[in-house]
Design a protein around this ligand. Structure first.
Ligand code: AMP
Length: 280
């Protein structure tokens, strides 16, 4: 497995694979890899001849008051995980490689990005779309793998791929959790011991919502209220949003009967965590 820092090196590698008729899978990440990322890489390795993993903490998707400088990084650990999983190449560019000093072109989306995380992170999806579009041009994969953990991001990327005719398949992968139910996330490392215990409230509240649906409840406000009440029972938790939206349009729904995404964002202390479930 190689680790490269330049766009040219990625293109040279991929070109050689293409000349041999090999298929290419791609897993974009911000590094500090855990079993959630690993599940994406495993799937990519199973479905493609070669797999590229990008490790890039993309400055453009962080707001001015967000955790760009503090975001955890450990390339050696990431490389060990990628190698073990059978990835062929890590692309680890410096910010200057991705954004020249005169960089001024962006990918913006009018729909899907205004609600949910877009409300508190108004420039986030522009940063995500722009970097992912660039990475798609650089790697030119057959398939790209994204986690349902970031459900809005998955929907946005699918939409961008359709709108801009990227010639690749977007593969959505299930959420990988800790034993107590907390969704794995690089940001979990920010949590103190007490906060880590409190963070289980996210998945527990979603289970409470799912139990209501299983019992036949369909009213979105009733389900969201139950989730909200459960989260509010944890003193260290502060809700950013609890919403039920159409899984295709991300517009709020009143009745949970079609494909619906129930998504939450919750501050545990200063750390903002997200989780969700999808009702098909
Ligand atoms: P990140 O490094 O946080 O940008 O995540 C890179 C990719 O890994 C994204 O597609 C995420 O949705 C995915 N991912 C992160 N955490 C998980 C998880 N717990 N389960 C499944 N996929 C995940």
């Amino acid at each position: 497995m190689k680790i490269v820092e330049t766009i040219q090196e990625v293109r040279t590698e991929v070109k050689q694979w293409r000349q041999q008729g090999l298929s290419v899978g791609f897993v974009p990440t911000m590094g500090y890899l855990h079993e959630g990322h690993r599940s994406l890489i495993d799937r990519a390795v199973a479905e493609n001849d070669r797999v590229v993993v990008s490790v890039f903490v993309n400055p453009m998707q962080f707001g001015p008051a967000e955790d760009l400088a503090a975001y955890p990084r450990d390339l050696e650990h990431d490389a060990a995980i990628c190698k073990k999983a059978g990835a062929s190449l890590i692309f680890h560019p410096q910010p200057e490689e991705m954004y020249h000093s005169d960089f001024s072109s962006y990918v913006d989306m009018d729909t899907l990005t205004g609600g949910l995380c877009g409300k508190t992170r108004p420039t986030h999806f522009r940063g995500v779309c722009t970097v992912v579009a660039k990475l798609f041009h650089i790697v030119a994969p057959d398939r790209a793998y994204f986690g349902q953990k970031d459900a809005q991001q998955l929907a946005v990327i699918r939409h961008m791929v359709s709108d801009l005719n990227f010639n690749l398949e977007v593969v959505g992968c299930p959420i990988i959790r800790e034993e107590d139910g907390l969704a794995k996330s690089s940001r979990n490392t920010y949590l103190s011991e007490a906060e880590r215990k409190a963070a289980v409230i996210l998945s527990q509240s979603l289970r409470a919502g799912e139990a209501l649906l299983d019992a036949g409840e369909q009213r979105a406000d009733v389900v969201c209220r139950a989730i909200t009440d459960k989260i509010n029972s944890e003193p260290l938790a502060k809700i950013d949003y609890v919403e039920a939206v159409d899984w295709n349009t991300l517009e709020p729904v009143e009745t949970i009967d079609g494909p619906v995404l129930v998504a939450i964002a919750v501050y545990i202390g200063k750390t903002r965590l997200i989780d969700n479930f999808i009702r098909p």
